[in-house]
Each structure stands twice: as C-alpha cells, then as structure tokens.
Design a binder for this molecule. Sequence first.
Ligand code: COA
Length: 116
Amino acid sequence: MIGFDLQEVAKIKDAEKLLQKIACESEIAYIQKYKTDFPMHVASLWSVKEAVFKALDLQSGQISYKEIELCHKKSGTPYVLLHGQAKAQFKRLNLKKIEISISHQQNIVGAVAIAD
Ligand SMILES: CC(C)(COP(=O)(O)OP(=O)(O)OC[C@H]1O[C@@H](n2cnc3c(N)ncnc32)[C@H](O)[C@@H]1OP(=O)(O)O)[C@@H](O)C(=O)NCCC(=O)NCCS
C-alpha cells in the first residue's frame, strides 16, 4: 500500500505547538537541532506521519501521531518505527516492511510511504 502527503510550510502558524502535538521525544531532540528551517522540518515530520497513516489504511483518530516515530540511519536515510495501534495495524494487515521517502522544495514538503 502507498501513502502520499504534501504540506505547505507557510500554512503552519505555530510550528512549536504542532511539534509538541505530533512528535515523540526522539523526534523533538532531532528537530530542535535545526535553528533555521525549523518550520520546514516540523512540516516534513507531519507529512511523514500523514503518509504512513494513509499507507496503513487507517481512519482519522484511529492512532496517535506519536505512534509513528521518524528515525534516521547514520547515512541520513529516514525510516519509521511503529508503536501501539500503528504497529497493531501493521501486523493486522500482515505487512512485512514500511519504507518512506521525504522531499523539501521551498515552501512545500512531501513524503511517501510504501508498506508491503
Ligand atoms: C484523511 C486525511 C488523510 C486527509 O488529509 P487532507 O490533508 O485533508 O488531504 P490530502 O490532500 O492530504 O489527502 C486527501 C486524499 O487522501 C485520501 N484519503 C482520505 N482518507 C484517507 C485514509 N483514511 N487513508 C488513506 N487515504 C485517504 C483521499 O484519496 C483524499 O483525496 P480525495 O478527497 O480526492 O478522495 C487527514 O485529514 C487525516 O485524517 N489524517 C490523519 C489524522 C490522524 O488521525 N492523525 C493521527 C495519526 S497520523
């Protein structure tokens, strides 16, 4: 299954508030390193979570944003860890892996998630 999401950075009025709402502690620590482009990185995190949500064939409110955790390999390649209901759905659908890709372009960020 595939999930795709785009976000417009300028539409985020309070990036700090959004970060607190959607991010796990590890994600907050990672993103707070960015003094510039902070809203873009928050938008990117949001986009990843929305893309994964779509790839998992969920309904709004079925899981919490914090049950999808964005991580990075040493090389910088992003990947996600699933927790709670997100992990339960992954198992329910008999999925074996979920992969993501992120892109930023000026005011637009996007993410795709492929689960199979
Ligand atoms: C439903 C939702 C994915 C739609 O997002 P949006 O920003 O309003 O709109 P987008 O442009 O990103 O996507 C719209 C498309 O997503 C698709 N879509 C709608 N619900 C979907 C779902 N549950 N799963 C996958 N795709 C869905 C539809 O094709 C829709 O296009 P259409 O209206 O032309 O048919 C979003 O509002 C939502 O509910 N997100 C999850 C909220 C949530 O529970 N978060 C916590 C965990 S991440």
